[in-house]
Write a protein that binds this ligand. Structure first.
Ligand SMILES: [Fe+2]
Length: 403
């Protein structure tokens, strides 16, 4: 070695660091197919991999369905009668006569003498049947926002008496509406497709049950779509068992500036024979102003493929719901995935849904271990601490700021 030569010690190069795969919130089928082809070319044995121990070749039950299993909305729409609507009005008056804060709306304070038994049967459909139903229709225009909140929380308490918080400030109602103009000054207004007119791709909300009350519909678009997690599981287990391994292992969920920066848990769980797919694509790809945090580990190519596989299989088997003004849609979010199309509002038609998260403790599936802490936090808000925002707001952190 001459005196002029220098020895360079290899240093970690940015190019060697794992990079976030080429994947975004909006699924791109061509990229998905290309990624699958690339991965199978690298390892053609992937489809022959045995399933992880304890994971069955198929899951079964009424919640494992395909869109073609449903032919008519009368199969899932429950039409309220005039007598039942009168019961609801009497229950509102009864609750108001008690003079209690809204957090105390419940089965006892919102009595429904005959409708209660029907709602109990429908709750059984959520956990032991197809996993969804629509209650039609609440004459929403005749009520004040406060009365609507009482009515909505009251009816829903007969479906599931456990009520989940929507954010860290114990808001129990979340407004799903295009807030990009009205809340443009707040951070987070475009970091979640729920606050835009954009499409929301397949995902599941946290918690057991989701209720969505439509108080106004869009001028066009916004179709709700549901898909069975069990059906998606069965097809992946049959065609790509290697991706069942990927889905049941830990993933790094972006907490978008939280501390720590990310959480770790699986996307797929089994409980009491049910496949539970619990994820939101934006936690792995980012969305809008909330892009995947650069200082947290990227997802892997296998995870990127699995994310797209979940989406495209859910889409393939999905059922469209005709969601009308005055409808309440109830969904088992443990067993079903949901999505909505993009939409257009006009002055008379601004899509506005109000969401509750619920749980029926008597009927609930066993919460998978890694989700227990989250569920506990969600459903443990005492009545006096529950907040019912009657107007739209962006979900907040504990200090009151938006993300
Ligand atoms: Fe959702």
């Amino acid at each position: 070695m001459s005196a002029t030569q220098t020895i360079t010690v290899p240093t970690p190069d940015a190019a060697d660091k794992p990079q976030q795969p080429d994947i975004s919130y909006h699924p791109d089928e061509a990229k998905f197919r290309a990624r699958t082809a690339r991965r199978l070319a690298e390892d053609p044995t992937l489809p022959q991999m045995p399933l992880p121990e304890g994971f069955p070749a198929t899951v079964e039950g009424p919640i494992v369905w395909e869109a073609k299993d449903w032919t008519d909305e009368s199969q899932w729409v429950y039409n309220l009668t005039d007598a039942q609507l009168q019961e609801i009005d009497q229950a509102i008056a009864h609750f108001e006569s008690l003079g209690q804060p809204l957090g105390f709306v419940g089965r006892d304070t919102f009595p429904l003498p005959t409708l209660s038994a029907e709602l109990k049967k429908l709750a059984e459909v959520l956990y032991s049947g197809r996993g969804f139903f629509v209650l039609r229709e609440i004459p929403v225009d005749k009520y004040s926002r406060r009365e609507l909140a009482i009515l909505y929380a009251g009816i829903s308490s007969h479906v599931g008496s456990g009520r989940g918080r929507q954010d860290a400030t114990n808001a129990m109602l979340a407004h799903i509406k295009d807030l990009r103009v009205s809340h443009a000054h707040e951070k987070g207004a475009t970091g979640n497709s729920a606050y835009t007119t954009d499409r929301q791709v397949f995902h599941s909300d946290i918690g057991d049950l989701i209720a969505l009350l439509s108080i106004q519909t869009s001028a066009s678009g916004g179709t709700s779509r549901l898909s069975s997690g069990g059906t998606v599981y069965n097809e992946i287990a049959k065609t790509r068992p290697d991706l069942i391994h990927v889905l049941k292992d830990n993933w790094k969920l972006d907490r978008f500036g939280g501390d720590p920066g990310y959480a770790e848990r699986p996307v797929l769980y089994l409980t009491e024979g049910h496949a539970v797919i619990q994820y939101s694509r934006r936690q792995f790809t980012g969305y809008g102003e909330q892009q995947r945090s650069p200082n947290i580990p990227p997802i892997t190519e296998a995870q990127a493929e699995a994310l797209d596989m979940l989406h495209f299989l859910a889409e393939k088997h999905s059922l469209q719901l005709n969601f009308k003004k005055g409808d309440i849609q109830y969904i088992n979010s443990m067993g079903l995935l949901h999505a909505r199309d993009e939409f257009t509002d006009d002055e008379q038609h601004t899509r506005h849904l109000v969401r509750l998260w619920l749980r029926n403790n008597e009927l609930a599936w066993k919460t998978p271990g890694p989700l227990e802490k989250t569920w506990q936090l969600l459903y443990s808000i005492p009545p006096e601490a529950q907040r019912f925002p009657l107007e739209p707001e962006i979900r907040r952190l504990a200090n009151g700021s938006t993300k």
